[in-house]
Ligand binder design. Structure first.
Ligand SMILES: Cc1cc2nc3c(=O)[nH]c(=O)nc-3n(C[C@H](O)[C@H](O)[C@H](O)COP(=O)(O)OP(=O)(O)OC[C@H]3O[C@@H](n4cnc5c(N)ncnc54)[C@H](O)[C@@H]3O)c2cc1C
Length: 275
């Protein structure tokens, strides 16, 4: 709980430090990436829970009904909107903000940008909606609860209803394209396209320089062993010198917060994740 509260304040502090996070890409190299390609039709389908991807739709409809969602499922909704549908994070973030009972701008906009690849310093976290559905809701309990049109589907089709043969659709009382939509995009193709666009940016030297300055401002101060890079006593210890007299060794429990471990090194990147 304590580490969560630190995390909460850490993200609020980011917005205090840089209020533009609410509206502009932290990584300015990402400007223009999605801005000119907004599709109202895709946005509406996502915002109503009608994308044809059951877990994404169940999450959205559950959120619309209750005002709350777990961290992973918020991330899934944003990842799907930002990568699969290639929607800019600002309109999708506004829609989510209006639904969340716990809306907190500092956490929210930082997370929106992290889950959309526009911080420049975080791993591209692209969630596969089918894989997530099978892993997070193996028996389709959550999906059936929030998508009543899929309640009668046999278990093997509940995560991928578009693969149902016509006879099964009729028997289940759910015709794809009438009672529940076809997938709005081909997720695998959309993902390839999204990765290719980000790869171009990530190899651009000017974009890398911009990412470095984001890392300097917002990234972790820890080195690869977890020590604080700017801690003078750590630096003395690392250089082999004895700590100066009168200065006590650092108590890590007071100086480091576990939530920082979730952020990459300044200037560093973790491998891409597609879980
Ligand atoms: C796209 C996206 C948007 C989000 N928007 C918000 C938001 O508007 N408001 C909000 O409070 N949380 C937001 N979160 C973080 C997180 O999803 C929620 O805090 C979490 O779902 C709350 O669950 P809980 O009450 O069980 O908290 P616990 O996990 O038990 O944590 C207790 C408290 O710690 C804080 N906390 C938990 N996770 C985080 C986190 N990742 N970052 C910062 N603080 C955290 C919250 O204040 C939370 O109430 C967002 C996450 C994502 C991926």
């Amino acid at each position: 709980m304590q580490s969560r509260l630190h995390w909460h304040c850490h993200f609020m502090q980011k917005l205090e430090d840089e209020p533009a996070i609410e509206r502009a890409n932290m990584w300015r190299a990402a400007d223009g990436l999605r801005e000119g390609e907004f599709s109202q039709q895709r946005f509406d389908a996502w915002a109503r829970g009608q994308t044809g991807y059951p877990l994404v739709d169940a999450c959205m409809r559950s959120l619309l009904a209750t005002g709350w969602l777990t961290f992973r499922m918020r991330a899934l909704l944003v990842s799907f909107a930002s990568y699969s549908l290639w929607l800019h994070w600002r309109p999708t973030g506004l829609h989510l903000a209006r639904q969340f009972l716990d809306f907190e701008p500092g956490i929210h906009w930082s997370q929106l940008q992290m889950q959309s690849g526009t911080t420049g310093i975080n791993t591209l976290r692209i969630y596969n909606p089918d894989k997530q559905a099978i892993e997070q809701d193996p028996r389709g309990v959550f999906i059936r609860r929030w998508l009543p049109e899929l309640a009668g589907l046999p278990g093997q089709y509940v995560h991928r209803p578009w693969t149902m043969p016509t006879g099964v659709q009729q028997a289940a009382g759910c015709l794809i394209g009438r009672d529940y939509p076809e997938p709005i995009v081909d997720h695998a193709a959309a993902l390839r396209e999204a990765k290719a666009r980000f790869a171009i940016l990530r190899h651009d030297p000017a974009a890398r320089d911009q990412a470095r300055s984001v890392a300097q401002r917002h990234g972790s101060r820890r080195d690869r062993r977890g020590a604080m890079q700017q801690d003078p006593i750590r630096q003395e210890l690392a250089s082999g010198k004895k700590p100066r007299r009168g200065r006590r060794p650092v108590d890590d429990s007071q100086r480091t917060f576990s939530f920082l471990a979730d952020e990459p090194q300044a200037g560093g990147e973790r491998p891409e994740s597609t879980d």
